[in-house]
Design a protein. Structure first.
Lengths: 161, 153
């Protein structure tokens, strides 16, 4: 079996790998893998933010949403662990999308569903240009997010409109 | 100057497409066999779900066999029997077995994601989502890293 694990994928991505310093060259460009990781980190941060805001507004859904939130936090931890930060460079920490939490529970769940779908699709778009272990991590996270879609659909079915 | 991966010392960067597809096929064979065991111990809606999942694995098996033949290789055959990962004696253990079978198939397709061919990568990534969902349904909980080796996160 071709197994993969998050701890046996030692893909440490350096933000710079200079053959020699050139003080006039400016900051080194990021590799495609690192750019993809940065985007994936931002997507997870956005998801975590919206989950937390939704849970704060709808405490009755917290048990279900909290379990999914914990998995997104695990995704974020793993993605961040794939990057080695040299001095002066940091992995993005900002949340870039802060939608308002809808006034109806069902609509709020639908917003989470859409966010999960978007994130899962984005993970799949990163596959082609990623190193193999990183592609497997993206695929696994995308599959996790696909299971979240099912969980959110079930939650929506039992939530008041 | 460009940013590059610093090291990938213990994981191969890519795997051969045929080997990856054969591993996924072997997992599908095991699932087809295993659902026969699990289904016999389930009743009602669970048995219907097991039957539907069993048929889906047969279809997936056929798809993989066709892909492997198209690549010029002979698909691996199913074994006459498989060793179950634990004793399956009642409905509860049958549901556990179903989840374990789906985990194995998910892991098999994740192996396909390691090939360099982008089309096959995408196939593997999409194909693993269905067994990941089934595993979550049988288990009753989702997982953060479907297909990854258990206990490593």
């Amino acid at each position: 079996m071709l197994a993969a694990s998050t701890t046996t994928l030692p893909l440490f991505l350096a933000l710079s790998a200079c053959a020699g310093p050139n003080p006039l060259a400016g900051p080194p460009p990021l590799s495609a893998d690192v750019r993809g990781l940065f985007d994936a980190v931002t997507d997870e941060q956005n998801l975590i933010w919206i989950y937390k805001r939704t849970m704060a507004s709808y405490s009755a859904m917290a048990p279900t949403l909290g379990a999914l939130l914990a998995e997104h936090e695990a995704h974020l931890t793993q993605l961040r662990a794939m990057i080695v930060e040299p001095p002066g460079k940091t992995v993005p920490a900002a949340v870039t999308k802060k939608p308002a939490v809808p006034a109806a529970a069902a609509t709020a769940v639908a917003q989470l569903h859409a966010a999960e779908q978007s994130a899962s699709t984005a993970q799949l778009r990163r596959l082609g240009r990623a190193a193999a272990p990183l592609a497997q991590l993206y695929a696994s996270i995308a599959a996790s997010e696909a299971t979240h879609l099912t969980a959110l659909s079930a939650l929506a079915a039992r939530s008041p409109g | 100057m460009t940013a590059t991966p610093a090291a990938t010392p213990s994981t191969p960067q890519t795997v051969q497409p045929i080997a990856a597809l054969q591993a996924a096929l072997a997992a599908e064979h095991a699932a087809v066999y295993g659902y026969g065991v699990a289904g016999a111990l389930l009743t009602g809606g669970n048995q219907q779900a097991a039957l539907a999942d069993w048929r889906s694995h047969e279809e997936a098996r056929d798809t993989l066999e066709a892909m492997i033949v198209k690549l010029g290789a002979t698909p691996v055959a199913a074994s006459a029997a498989y060793t179950l990962p634990f004793a399956v004696t009642d409905a509860r253990s049958a549901r556990r077995l179903a989840a374990a079978l789906e985990d194995g198939v998910t892991q098999g397709y994740l192996g396909v994601v390691a090939v360099s061919d982008t089309t096959l990568r995408t196939f593997g990534a999409l194909a693993m989502q269905t067994p990941a969902k089934r595993a979550a349904a049988w288990r009753g909980t989702t997982e953060a890293f479907p297909g990854m080796a258990a206990g490593t996160t």
